[in-house]
Ligand binder design. Structure first.
Ligand code: NDP
Length: 441
């Protein structure tokens, strides 16, 4: 690991040949980008207003119709979306994450080589930021009791609005700054269409000095907030029950916080993901990182806060087994590929060498499916919804959404691999015909 506190930052303006015009759109171009930009916040609020204690989860069709009609013309309802206190607390939370990035020690690790030949360095201290936040929260709850940490439940919509504003402001700032710096742009984000580039991300690595805005947002303020929201939901439920949270709440919180810890602890692993190496930073990532992840992924815990579900020993065992199976596949598949891409092959897996010189595994998990890690991830996602029981389909939203996201992500990766490997990729697809679900898809 590199031990330095200087990061490679944009030095020279990049030439036009390094920053070619983007031809061809993803997400159905500007109309699609507009639809997603409006749809993501809309759906986040809809999941809140369509699944809460007052209206039910989901509300009956008649009630939903009445609510929509009443609220669209009701100024109080619109005003309820804004909560000054929640906005100030959110700002404090964001400032805490930035301060922790600066203050907490961490190794500086090099990312992959960019197309200008440079490597950027990233400070790795997301996990210590998490530990500090958790330590502070645990101390606070121990001192003042669970009822003191229910404000994320009570002011949920206000916090969501604050996060939405933060993601909007950041997307505007990085779009504007991409024109000031002459920096390296994302190959997909330089179409010249304002809406599309603002959404997809124009600049590859927007930074302020050595502070990399994209990787910071990927792991810290949204992901750790997700864990804090879950804890707040457990506190709300415990306060209502006058004791401990239920087993189902503990399972959901444990699984999700473990998932967050896994991502934060393995922070360097994000440096090779498509988000960091290929995508620019625009509204797509900022709203995903700051709004969507914490406020939608915590839906199961929020539901359990006002609708406690009891699981018997068999239910607990079933949920635990489902999660363990998913985690095993997820880790084993990612481990095989990571080992292989780092020059190790401890299981003596079969592979073939492509014309580009890179190798592709054809046995083990990667000989079984083209994205075995996605399958593991999906099984885990299912186990997060199971503890909520079968009273409502809404708590299974995350699983369905995640399936759609991974299918879409697979199509993007498939396209990239076709470009990278040509007929070798066609050969691999013949050897391994299924992508995520064995013998189905
Ligand atoms: P993958 O980890 O599946 O990586 C795809 C890449 O692996 C390909 O581009 C190719 O790159 C390489 N590869 C493909 N086939 C083979 C093979 N047979 N042998 C060796 N290498 C191969 O994709 P992602 O980056 O999308 O996912 C990373 C993880 O993140 C996954 O576990 C996924 O489930 C998770 N994820 C989670 C999300 C969430 O919101 N929770 C969202 C998206 C992903 P190359 O050949 O260039 O190395």
């Amino acid at each position: 690991m590199a031990q330095s506190n200087t990061a490679v930052v944009k030095t020279e303006p990049q030439s036009d040949s390094l920053n070619p015009r983007t031809h061809g759109y993803e997400f159905f171009g500007p109309p699609g980008a507009t639809a997603v930009s409006i749809g993501v916040p809309f759906l986040t609020y809809a999941l809140f207003f369509g699944c809460n204690e007052k209206t039910g989860c989901p509300p009956s069709f008649e009630l939903a119709k009445l609510n929509v009609q009443a609220n669209l013309t009701n100024l109080d309802w619109w005003a309820s979306l804004w909560d000054t206190q929640a906005a100030l607390i959110y700002l404090g939370w964001y400032a805490f994450c930035v301060a922790a990035w600066f203050v907490l020690p961490g190794d500086w690790v090099e990312g992959t080589t960019m197309r200008n030949g440079q490597k950027k360095k990233y400070k790795i201290n997301a996990f210590s930021t998490f530990l500090l936040a958790m330590g502070g929260t645990a101390g606070y709850i121990t001192r003042y009791g669970p009822s003191s940490f229910t404000f994320l439940y009570e002011r949920f919509a206000g916090f969501a609005t604050a996060a939405l504003l933060m993601s909007f402001v950041q997307a505007c700032y990085v779009y504007w700054s991409s024109y000031q710096s002459g920096a390296l742009l994302a190959l997909g984000g330089n179409s010249g269409n304002v809406i599309y580039d603002w959404y997809i991300g124009r600049e590859l690595n927007p930074s302020i000095g050595s502070f990399d805005i994209k990787s910071f947002n990927e792991l810290r303020p949204g992901l750790i907030l997700w864990a804090l929201i879950d804890i707040s939901m457990a506190c709300e439920q415990a306060t209502r029950l006058g004791g401990w949270p239920t087993a189902s709440m503990l399972l959901v919180c444990t699984f999700q916080i473990f998932y967050v810890v896994d991502g934060l602890y393995n922070e360097p692993a994000i440096l090779t993901t498509m988000d960091i190496t290929t995508d620019g930073f625009g509204f797509m990532l900022s709203v995903g990182d700051l709004l969507w992840v914490p406020f939608v992924y915590s839906l199961q815990a929020r539901y359990l806060a006002f609708h406690p579900t009891q699981l018997g020993p068999a239910g607990v065992a079933g949920v635990l087994a489902t999660n363990a199976l998913g985690y095993y596949i997820f880790r084993a598949a990612n481990g095989e590929k990571n080992d292989f891409r780092n020059g190790r092959n401890p299981k003596n897996l079969q592979f073939f060498t492509t014309e580009s010189g890179s190798k592709l595994l054809t046995s083990g998990w990667w000989g079984f499916l083209r994205h075995p890690n996605y399958l593991g991830d999906l099984i885990m996602a299912f186990s997060w919804s199971l503890p909520t029981g079968f009273n409502t389909p809404i708590t299974y939203f995350y699983f369905v959404y995640f399936f759609v996201l991974l299918v879409h992500r697979d199509s993007r990766d498939d396209h990239n691999c076709h470009v990278k490997y040509g007929k070798d990729w066609v050969k691999y697809k013949k050897i391994v015909p299924y992508t995520i679900v064995p013998y189905v898809y």
